[in-house]
Design a protein around this ligand. Structure first.
Ligand code: SAH
Ligand code: SF4
Ligand code: F3S
Length: 474
């Protein structure tokens, strides 16, 4: 069997190298363009925005092969699971889903089942799939998207498996096909990979070295999106603040934000900001341009200095608070959200209380909280851990109680005020009610008068809930 299998140990290699820029890497043969004619595909994406963006690229590639999208699994001729490896429970869910999809394979023998994304970068996972789920025929890694057409061709011709996962620093691909999922909001990946190596995190292993796209390539994509009528773009990277650090003479994230803002697209967002690389100028640029949305996701992870050090986060609680103060002072009506991990190996009750203390200080608009999950290959997974799981669960409950309290308080500030909402369309639960987001990234469900997807409208907020606002269109 001729497989390219993953190797997490190899994936952590870093050198001073300029990632090669490969333009138009997907070149289909005439035959590959016909392979999917009359056939249907379905991509299921888990995980972060980077994965969602990859899902759009995978869809784009499949459509160039002639496949059409379908929402119905039973109709699909190829189903691809685009997976996330960030925590163990995310992985368990995917393995369960693979088991469930066997039913479809039994009913339709020609169905191709594929697994890709961050889990495909882990050797334990790939071994398990090859052994326990033999009906999965297609496995490709996060660096292997351009190979999809050739891999599918091989499976169709031989009915054998095709497995290709590179554990490498990575390339920059420009001009990948893509099928965008929304008509008014678009993600623009400005960089891939991560070099921070927080000790608990698997992302630097699954996504490779930090590779920033050239400023001009990004701006060109934004220009195209604006011309196609997009109202909002999300500049995407694991650490957007570190954008451009490895490129000479290209400019940094503040430059990129400013140039994007000057292009006049209505709304600009960005994700994720690591507190470590947040410069004064970035704060000023965000505060200056009204089309850069006043919403910052600023992961805290822990409020205790010893734990932060063990996590490799490279800031202290005081530095975090100082940055928070600066953002609040210089960006009008900014909203701030965060990520927090409880139960890092040997975290004491006292250390956990330091985290709660920062929550009381920052009064987050929104937060994502997790129990530490040991990830294969990472330093934190090798640490002895004496804290019982029950105690970690209890900490998570106590933390969530405070986070929910502040989300509600922050939302109540908007009651009886008029806000600008970018309309997404009918809300999930009630087609009579429309929904959209405010500049502060607050979800608003509102009674509509005249609103279409992509409009920016005025809504009077009548009621604040924990996770959303209710209102009436004016
Ligand atoms: N690049 C972003 C984070 C991406 S991962 C940043 O640096 O902020 C999203 C979140 O998942 C992290 O912020 C962290 O809170 C959580 N996370 C990552 N690894 C984890 C692990 N091993 N266990 C529990 N939570 C984890
Ligand atoms: Fe993971 Fe840290 Fe990189 Fe974020 S900065 S992706 S938490 S290693
Ligand atoms: Fe998950 Fe990979 Fe994103 S591990 S969070 S999908 S980078």
């Amino acid at each position: 069997m001729n497989y390219n299998l993953p190797d997490l140990n190899k994936a952590k290699f870093r050198s001073r190298y300029q990632a090669p820029i490969i333009r138009d890497p997907v070149k289909l043969t005439e035959k590959q363009r016909q392979l999917g004619r009359g056939l249907f595909y379905h991509v299921i994406t888990y995980g972060c925005q980077a994965n969602v963006r990859d899902g759009e690229v995978i869809s784009g590639i499949l459509e160039e092969m002639g496949y059409q999208p379908t929402e119905m699994l039973e109709k699909a001729d190829i189903i691809i699971l685009n997976t996330c490896a960030i925590r163990d429970n995310a992985e368990k869910r995917v393995l369960g889903e693979i088991g469930f999809l066997q039913n479809y394979k039994q009913r339709k023998k020609s169905l191709i089942l594929g697994v890709c994304g961050c889990m495909a970068q882990e050797e334990v996972v790939v071994e398990k799939i090859l052994k326990s789920h033999p009906t999965v025929q297609l496995i490709f890694g996060t660096h292997n998207l351009p190979e999809i057409p050739a891999m599918i061709e091989k499976i169709m011709e031989t009915n054998k498996k095709s497995v290709s996962v590179y554990s490498m620093q990575g390339n920059i691909y420009e001009g990948l096909p893509s099928r965008r999922s929304l008509p008014h909001k678009a993600s623009v990946s400005i960089m891939d990979g991560c070099d921070k190596f927080c000790t608990y995190c698997i992302v630097p292993y699954t996504r490779g070295q930090q590779r920033s796209r050239l400023m001009n390539d990004i701006l060109e994509e934004v220009r195209d999106l604006k011309e196609s009528g997009y109202k909002e773009i999300l500049l995407l990277g694991q650490n957007v603040n570190a954008y451009g650090k490895e490129l000479d003479g290209n400019g940094d994230f503040a430059d990129l934000l400013e140039k994007t803002a000057q292009m006049g697209i209505e709304r600009i967002r960005f994700m994720t900001s690591h507190p470590w690389d947040f410069t004064e100028r970035m704060v000023d640029v965000i505060g200056t341009y009204s089309n850069i949305m006043p919403y910052i996701h600023l992961p805290l992870q822990s409020g205790n200095n010893e734990i932060l050090k063990l996590m490799g986060r490279r800031y202290t609680r005081d530095q975090y608070k100082e940055l928070y103060d600066k953002l609040v002072a210089r960006i009008p009506e900014v909203s701030i959200s965060t990520d927090i991990i409880v139960g890092f190996p040997n975290e004491t009750e006292q250390q956990f209380l330091d985290t709660l203390d920062i929550v009381e200080y920052c009064k987050y608009d929104n937060a994502f909280s997790f129990i530490f999950s040991p990830r294969p290959g990472t330093p934190a997974a090798r640490m002895e851990d004496a804290t019982p799981l029950e105690e970690k669960k209890d900490r998570l409950l106590r933390l969530n109680e405070r986070l929910d309290y502040y989300s509600k308080i922050q939302n109540q500030k908007w009651e009886n005020r008029t806000v600008k909402v970018l309309v997404d369309g009918p809300s999930k639960n009630n087609p009579e009610i429309y929904s959209g987001y405010t500049p502060q990234q607050k979800l608003v469900n509102f009674v509509k008068k005249e609103a279409a997807v992509g409009d920016i409208i005025d809504v009077l907020i009548t009621e604040a809930k924990k996770n959303s606002l209710n209102g009436i269109q004016l």
